[in-house]
Ligand binder design. Structure first.
Ligand SMILES: [Zn+2]
Length: 199
């Protein structure tokens, strides 16, 4: 089991602390889910470099060799999710009103309506989820249409580390298995992102 200290840092010898202050945003009051990503870059270094610009980032980064870095405090939000997809549609439980609203579909309008709901009626968002990035490219990199690229398969070491980390987070943060998702499930992303990740 790992401990989470008052600063939101996970204390365990398997986790290397490498906080990127620019990606830490507002306080996160309640953690309701975990979102699993792949970085799109070839190395951990390229992810750390982009974190210096302070736009998007996540709470953990798993390198090719399985090394786990904590990159943001667990009591701070990071921007890793983006606009939410309508959860009721995927789970076939939309109300008639929701179905009517979805006919006039716009990602921003849908996101706004989703955020008025609570988990599990919507997917976990930047406000209430932990992000785990796994180093991996979408290939081929010369394919101009990003949606036509395919993300790399996780290495054995990454798979092992992801399983361990998710298990630890589930128990430490009391996140149910039903609230752990790959990024393209919850937002409009290349559908192969984290497709080979399992937990
Ligand atoms: Zn992602």
């Amino acid at each position: 089991m790992f401990l989470i200290d008052m600063h939101g840092k996970a204390i365990h010898k398997k986790i290397k602390l490498k906080i990127s202050l620019p990606i830490e945003k507002r306080p996160m009051n309640k953690i309701r889910g975990i979102i699993v990503h792949q970085t799109g870059g070839a190395t951990a270094k390229s992810a750390f470099n982009s974190y210096n610009f302070g736009k998007s980032g996540a709470h953990f980064l798993i390198d090719k060799d399985g090394t786990i870095y904590q990159t943001a405090s667990l009591i701070k939000q990071t921007w890793h999710v983006g606009k939410l997809k309508p959860r009721c549609l995927a789970e076939m439980r939309c109300t008639p009103t929701e179905l009517t609203q979805l006919k006039k579909f716009t990602p921003s309008g849908t996101h706004r309506r989703e955020m008025a709901k609570n988990v599990p009626n919507r997917y976990p968002s930047n406000q209430d989820s932990i992000g785990i990035e796994i180093v991996g490219q979408a290939l081929p990199v010369n394919e101009p249409d990003h949606d036509k690229r395919t993300y790399e398969t996780l290495t054995k070491e990454q798979s092992d580390s992801l399983k361990w980390l998710i298990q630890e987070l589930r128990f430490s943060l009391k996140v149910p298995l039903t609230e752990i998702f790959r990024h393209p499930t919850v937002s409009y992303k290349n559908k192969t992102e984290a497709a080979t990740a399992s937990w």
